[in-house]
Design a protein around this ligand. Structure first.
Ligand code: ZN
Ligand code: ZN
Length: 283
């Protein structure tokens, strides 16, 4: 069983945490504490969650660092639980599970002495739900591969009707899966349009920079990810109108959920959004 090391709660910059009813501060660590099994973590702002695995707590620059060692399958279930629309059917959840496993496998060692973090930099996790656990089990050990290797497949909430190539949003890497433009029948049918009224400064930037993905990321970092929901937009007077949410590369979660409702399997859904890839067992 593959183990993965994840830095948890790193975004909170913790100086105090309660684990299995033990109060922990940097001063009380000598030099580390470890917990295993079902681990109840409580932190500021009423955060409370139970993790499963091994937790090692150390301090760095007077900040607590929590590294959870858990199984890849538990992480897949936690990712599916965090990333799936609440009413998604099993086929869509299974597609997301294969994507999550591939992403985790291809991203090992991303942070050096641990593999991943639990922020948007790497992957957001939730306490696994039964549906997430079922999807992980149903797809156990399956990976999405390209040219014989697992890769970190990109996905977004909704594609706006047609997915993008990596080159179209400025990702250039000849060794990486190139992504393709794929029609998304679900988003083409009925995806709602969004509109925004940016500030005059932001509007000037939007008009001057033809790289819509770069603008989406810049505005997102400055004023939140709803500032410009996607890179699929047009300027209409002092208004921006567009379709889709996210970068529009690879898997479309909205489309995957819709295709599952039309009776498609997880494999059919993934092959639709990732032409040229294979689904293989890593056992
Ligand atoms: Zn990270
Ligand atoms: Zn779509």
């Amino acid at each position: 069983m593959l183990l993965v090391k994840v830095a948890i709660l790193s975004l909170l910059h913790l100086h105090q945490v309660t684990v299995n009813d033990v109060d922990i501060t940097p001063a009380r660590l000598k030099p580390k504490l470890t917990f295993s099994g079902a681990i109840r973590v409580r932190a500021a702002n009423n955060f409370q969650r139970t993790y499963h695995g091994n937790l090692e707590i150390t301090a760095k620059n007077n900040e607590l660092q929590l590294i959870l060692t858990t199984t890849e399958e538990a992480l897949v279930a936690a990712t599916v639980s965090a990333e799936s629309p609440s009413r998604a059917l099993p086929a869509a959840l299974e597609a997301q599970a294969i994507l999550a496993r591939s992403w985790i496998r291809a991203s090992r060692g991303r942070h050096g002495h641990y593999d991943l973090c639990d922020t948007t930099h790497c992957q957001h996790f939730k306490e696994p739900t039964k549906r997430g656990i079922d999807a992980a089990k149903a797809t156990e050990s399956l990976l999405l591969t390209w040219q014989g290797k697992p890769f970190a497949p990109a996905y977004s909430a909704s594609c706006g009707g047609r997915t993008k190539t990596a080159a179209a949003i400025g990702w250039r890497d000849d060794n990486r899966y190139p992504y393709y433009e794929v029609n998304c029948p679900i988003c083409q049918r009925d995806e709602p349009q969004w509109s925004r009224h940016p500030s005059p400064d932001q509007m000037r930037e939007i008009r001057q920079n033809p790289n819509k993905e770069a603008i989406r990321l810049k505005l997102g970092r400055e004023s939140g990810w709803s500032a410009l929901p996607s890179n699929n937009y047009e300027i209409k007077g002092d208004e921006i109108v567009g379709h889709g949410h996210g970068h529009g590369l690879g898997y479309c979660q909205r489309g995957g959920a819709g295709l599952a409702q039309l009776g498609k399997t997880a494999a059919e859904i993934l092959h639709h959004y990732f032409p040229g890839t294979d689904i293989v067992s890593s056992r």
